[in-house]
Design a binder for this molecule. Sequence first.
Ligand code: HEC
Length: 144
Amino acid sequence: MKITYLLSTVFALSFFSATMVNAGEHEIPTAPDEYLKMENPYAGEADEDLLKSAGKLYKRKCKKCHGSKGDGKGSSAADLEIKPPDFTEPGYLAGIKDGQLYWVLLKGGSEEAEMEAYGPGTDANISEDDLWKLVTYIRVNFSK
Ligand code: HEC
């Protein structure tokens, strides 16, 4: 009797701690190679028009979670179980390929995260071209 009790306690505790660890270690999934290899057609070519039009789109569709400063502290972020990343963390964007950012935008984030897909055919239906402009906007404005 006692052993069963002990075992079930140990089991319950290890299950509990495994769940805690998972919640703390959430990772954004990595894009397949074919996306990581993609070149941003607007890399190094972010002119005023591009930043202005992408900025409008960002304000409409992204700001409430990612924040106007890109720090992940938008007005809706507090309600999210999985928080948006802080793009302005020093070195954060430098360590991520444009193809990775593009892929998350096109396909959405991990299943548990409320980052939906924004590409063609989705509710937002943003063109591939405009997705690249958003990637460019994020990189130019939020890199630290
Ligand atoms: C409802 C809140 C929400 C909205 C709206 C939203 N995002 Fe996200 N975004 C997230 C979360 C949460 C993650 C983390 C996803 C994960 O953990 O898989 C994320 C991840 C990302 C990433 C991946 C970053 C990386 O490090 O790989 C990019 C890029 C991104 N979002 C851009 C955008 C853009 C651009 C828009 C607007 C078109 C947008 N997001 C709209 C919540 C949101």
